[in-house]
Structure formats: structure tokens, C-alpha cells
Design a protein around this ligand. Structure first.
Ligand code: NAD
Length: 535
């Protein structure tokens, strides 16, 4: 008997799945090894020799440039131009989505295992260019060596993980048998959509969102952040090199409110994958919810937004471990992670010793140019980010007691000292609003229950950590701490693909759980098929 086309397809996917070893996270580079330090130094030199290069957009398979340009500068040394990108008009952004829409009917027919294979190839290419990728991240958005390497490793992880997830989802899925019918369900892609990432995980988030939508069989217009378009351009070049057709992935750079807005509102846009601030996420939610003339579907909006993440330190905690976890989560990458700890809520019985130890620990944090491995903290991403953070510090000085930092650090870059403001009231602005910089508010709580209540009392719900040796209290936190990613006796940053599916509640977003087994479903729709046998 001959196998049907469908059965052959299912066999090919099953075969591809068997051939792939199980997913494991990409190991981090050990920079204590001289050969790795030498490799990173060489990569920094090589990437610096390409400063000022111009990167085109790709629309309808063609390279496109514009008269208006955007210069992407190095926040450690703002006079250095890392690269120059194009500034798309709304019309060009619309052309990109129309072209992606037209190509959808070709791309969706490419078998899942072939699409997955392209992601695995892209992961291999990035592995080979690991140091260069990290060096560029270091220059364009001011990440330290270790933070840049983690971003690169996560990029590889997303590609490897989503490729495997697509192999799981491809092919017919069993349903409950019913009477004399042949019933099954398949997942099919949605159409052409937008990927609109932020700058703070410039390789990982941009590539992860884009690759997830592509491997599911959709076509994508990627509109990266203005702050990190050069890294995005490099990732797009790698995806093309790995085999993604240019019409399946259109690359548009420019202003969010011009190019991003035009893509979101276009009637042919089927979905929007956005990661960024609460305010822009809400704008997109509203714009995507409005039916445009000629629009045939309800747009799907996958929105991952900000946080005001808290670490609760119980009186029964290992205070030293809590101090270390809070210091790393508050000041790693200058506090510019959506998961960063921006509130430490500490039981009054250990409050004074916690604050004193934390200040001592944070005094050891070094700040300066990100390319110098002696610096734990680099610059914040831009002058406007720095101004916003310094404004919040002024507000904080009135709302609590400044116990560390509170000003710029020396240098021509956008350096801000690690800042700790103690005795902050739970409803103060610096305890409620996302600052996105190295500013920590420390809040005193009467007891554990009160601490949890304070932790939950914001509009966000992204990450949270609890330090306690009391099992019952940890269990209470499991149940009551309303965050998408809860960490017990460890820091609230550093989610790993596969191990910590990531996404938040409330104003932190739609809880899409990136790096989790359900993530690809956001880019698919299920079709039920039921066949009555012919007589
Ligand atoms: P942002 O909201 O300013 O920009 C994000 C993206 O949206 C950029 O590409 C920008 O160009 C685009 N954009 C801006 N206005 C737009 C519009 N009107 N229409 C369409 N697109 C538009 O955010 P950011 O400063 O790049 O990133 C920092 C924010 O991202 C923080 O709030 C942080 O917490 C959040 N973040 C969240 C997660 C998460 O997983 N929840 C991860 C990383 C960052």
C-alpha cells in the first residue's frame, strides 16, 4: 500500500525529530580562560573596524535605502557610530507587509522540518560567530562581556528550542475517537505578521520572536528598536544565510510611531508580536483591536511588557544570599531587564542588616565602558534613558533615603551609579513605576504576609523572588505571589530557555511564555478535520 502525502509528511517530521538530540541550553563562555578573553578582544577589534557601516532594509526581496538615516551610537562612547540604518516611511512599511502577505502562500507550504532545519543552521552560524555577536551587543547597547554572551547564548537557545517545538507541533494530532469517523487536528500558520522587539535583548528577543513566527509557517516583517537596529540587521543576514527567503522575512528599520504603527494597523497584518514598554504595548493592543477596511480577521496581539519586580526577604532568610541575589538582579545590565529587581521588600527584623550589607556589596560594583571586562556595569542605553533615570532618582530622594549612588558615574558615556533608596513607602512613585535603570527601592514590611501583599500591589506581574528558609512561607508565595515567573531562594533575573518559560501577568503582558512549549501556539491556529468513510 502507498502512503498518502499526509502520511509521508508525518513520517518526514518524525524522522527529523528522531535525528535531533534533546534540547540543552547553550553553555556560557568562561571568560576566566585566557583563550576566551583573547577571542573576545579580537572580536571587539574586528567589530570596531566595521563601525559606521550602513545597513539596508529588505522589502519584497530587494535591498532598500532611504534618504533619512538613523545613526546607532555606542552608549559607552556616544561619539562612536556603530552603524547607520534606514528610516522607513509608513508607505515602505506597508509595502513590506503586503509583500510578506503575498509570499505567505509560498512559505506556508515549506515542510515544517525544512523550516526547523533553517533555524538549526542559523544557530550553528551564530555559534561560529559567537564572540563577534557578543562584541556587537557590547558596543551597540552597552552590555558587559558576560551579559552580551548570555544574550548570544539565548539567541542560539531560541533557535534550537523553537525548531524542535515545531517538529512536535507539525503533523496531525490525535483527538478522541468518535463513531465511525477519522478525526484529527492540525496546526496551521496565521499569515503575515509583525515582530516588534525592544533593544534590551537585542539579539535574543528580536531573533526569538521572528524565528518562532517563521518556523510556524508565517511570514514576518521585523521592525527592530531604533537603539539596536545594527544587531537586528546582523541577525537578519544570518537568517537569510541559513536559508530563510527574503520575502518570508522583510526587514524594516525606522521609528516605532511611523514604521511600527503602519505595520500594526495594516489590514493584511494577521498578528503582532511585540515586546517593549507598557505604554507602547497598550497602544498596539488598541490599534490591533480595531478592524481596518478590508481586514478579514481578528489580529492576534502577543504583547510582552514591563515590570516592577520585587524580591521579598523574609526574617528567616539567608540574608547574605538575598543580598547577592538582589545586587545582581538590580544592577546586572544596569537594571535594564524587564525582570530586574527594582523593589526589595524586607522583613523589619532583618531590614537594617540587609540594607547595610547590600550597600557594602553594591559599593563593589564597577561602572564604566562595557567593552572593558573590569566593569560589571556599562552605560544605560541612551541619553534620554539616562535623563529619565536621573529624574526618577530626584523623585526618589524625596520619597526615601538615598543610601548609595544617586548620580552619574565619570566618563563620556551614559553611566549612572548603582543607586539604592531605602525607607520607601510601597505606593511611592519609585516603588510603582518602571524606571528601567540601576535604581533599587528598599521597602520595610512588618512580616512575610505584609511583604507579599506589598509585592503584589502594583499593576505589573512579571518576575518575583522570595528568600526564606521556611518551607510553609515558600509554599504560600507559590500560591499568592502573582507573577509570571517566581523564583524561590534565587535571583529574579536570568530566565533560561526551556527551563523558565517567560512572560508576565496584568500590565506585564499577555503571558506568552517565550522559551516554553506553548509559545509557538501564538503563531498557529488549529484546524479540526473529520472524515466519514466512503461506502
Ligand atoms: P518601547 O516600548 O519603547 O519600544 C519597543 C518597540 O516598539 C521598539 O521596536 C519601538 O520602535 C516600537 N514602537 C514604539 N512605538 C511604537 C508604535 N506606536 N507602534 C508600533 N511600534 C512602536 O520599549 P523599549 O524601550 O525598546 O524596551 C524596554 C521595555 O521593554 C521595558 O518596559 C521592558 O520592561 C520591556 N521588556 C519586556 C520584556 C518581557 O518579556 N516582558 C522583555 C524585554 C523588555
Amino acid at each position: 500500500m502507498f502512503a498518502s502525502t499526509k502520511e509521508k509528511r508525518a513520517m518526514a517530521t518524525a524522522e527529523a525529530k528522531l535525528q535531533k538530540p534533546e534540547f540543552t541550553n547553550e553553555p556560557f563562555v568562561d571568560f576566566s580562560k585566557p583563550e576566551n578573553r583573547t577571542a573576545m578582544e579580537a572580536a571587539l577589534k574586528k567589530v570596531a573596524s566595521e563601525f559606521g557601516r550602513e545597513y539596508p532594509m529588505y522589502i519584497n526581496g530587494e535591498k532598500v535605502t532611504t534618504t533619512e538615516k538613523i545613526k546607532s551610537t555606542n552608549p559607552s562612547h556616544p561619539s562612536q557610530v556603530v552603524g547607520v540604518v534606514q528610516s522607513a516611511s509608513a508607505e515602505q512599511a506597508r509595502q513590506a507587509i503586503e509583500s510578506a502577505h503575498a509570499y505567505f502562500h509560498t512559505w506556508k507550504k515549506v515542510p515544517a522540518e525544512k523550516r526547523a532545519e533553517i533555524l538549526f543552521r542559523a544557530a550553528d552560524i551564530i555559534r561560529k560567530r559567537k564572540f563577534e555577536t557578543s562584541a556587537l551587543i557590547c558596543y551597540e547597547v552597552g552590555k558587559s562581556w558576560a551579559e552580551a554572551d548570555a544574550d548570544t547564548a539565548e539567541t542560539i537557545d531560541f533557535l534550537e528550542y523553537y525548531g524542535r517545538q515545531m517538529l512536535e507541533l507539525a503533523g496531525p494530532h490525535k483527538v478522541v475517537p468518535y463513531q465511525n469517523e477519522r478525526n484529527f487536528m492540525v496546526y496551521i500558520p496565521l499569515g503575515a505578521g509583525a515582530a516588534i522587539p525592544p533593544w534590551n535583548f537585542p539579539a535574543a528577543i528580536a531573533t526569538g520572536m521572528t524565528a518562532a513566527a517563521l518556523v510556524a509557517g508565517n511570514t514576518v516583517v521585523l521592525k527592530p528598536s531604533e537603539e539596536s537596529s545594527v544587531i537586528a540587521a546582523k541577525m537578519v543576514e544570518i537568517l537569510y544565510e541559513a536559508g530563510i527567503p527574503k520575502q518570508a522575512l522583510q526587514f524594516v528599520t525606522g521609528l516605532g510611531e511611523v514604521a511600527g504603527d503602519a505595520i500594526v494597523k495594516h489590514p493584511k497584518t494577521r498578528f503582532v508580536a511585540f515586546t517593549g514598554s507598557k505604554d507602547v504595548g497598550l497602544l498596539i493592543s488598541e490599534a490591533a483591536g480595531k478592524r481596518q477596511p478590508g481586514q478579514l480577521w481578528i489580529k492576534r496581539a502577543v504583547l510582552e511588557m514591563g515590570g516592577k519586580d520585587a524580591t521579598v526577604v523574609d526574617e528567616e532568610a539567608d540574608v547574605d544570599a538575598a543580598v547577592e541575589g538582589v545586587a545582581q538582579a538590580a544592577f546586572g545590565y544596569q537594571g535594564q531587564k524587564c525582570s530586574a529587581c527594582s523593589r526589595a521588600i524586607v522583613s523589619e527584623k532583618v531590614y537594617d542588616s540587609f540594607v547595610q550589607k547590600l550597600v557594602e556589596r553594591a559599593k563593589k560594583v564597577t561602572v564604566g565602558p562595557a567593552e572593558d571586562p573590569a566593569n560589571y556595569m556599562g552605560p544605560v542605553v541612551s541619553e534620554s534613558a539616562m535623563k529619565g533615570i536621573l529624574n526618577y532618582i530626584e523623585v526618589g530622594k524625596k520619597e526615601g533615603k538615598l543610601v548609595l549612588g544617586g548620580e552619574r558615574a565619570p566618563g563620556d558615556g551614559y553611566f549612572v551609579k548603582p543607586t539604592i533608596i531605602a525607607d520607601v513607602s510601597p505606593m511611592a512613585r519609585i516603588a510603582q513605576e518602571e524606571i528601567f535603570g540601576p535604581v533599587l527601592a528598599v521597602i520595610k514590611a512588618k512580616d512575610f504576609d505584609k511583604a507579599l501583599q506589598i509585592a503584589n500591589d502594583t499593576e505589573f506581574g512579571l518576575t518575583g523572588a522570595v528568600y526564606s528558609k521556611n518551607k510553609a512561607k515558600l509554599e504560600k508565595a507559590e500560591e499568592a505571589f502573582h507573577v509570571g515567573n517566581l523564583y524561590l531562594n534565587r535571583k529574579c533575573t536570568g530566565a533560561m530557555v526551556g527551563a523558565h518559560p517567560f512572560g508576565g501577568f496584568n500590565m506585564s503582558g499577555t503571558d506568552s511564555k517565550t522559551g516554553g512549549k506553548d509559545y509557538l501556539l501564538h503563531f498557529l491556529q488549529a484546524k479540526s478535520i473529520s472524515e466519514k468513510p466512503m461506502n
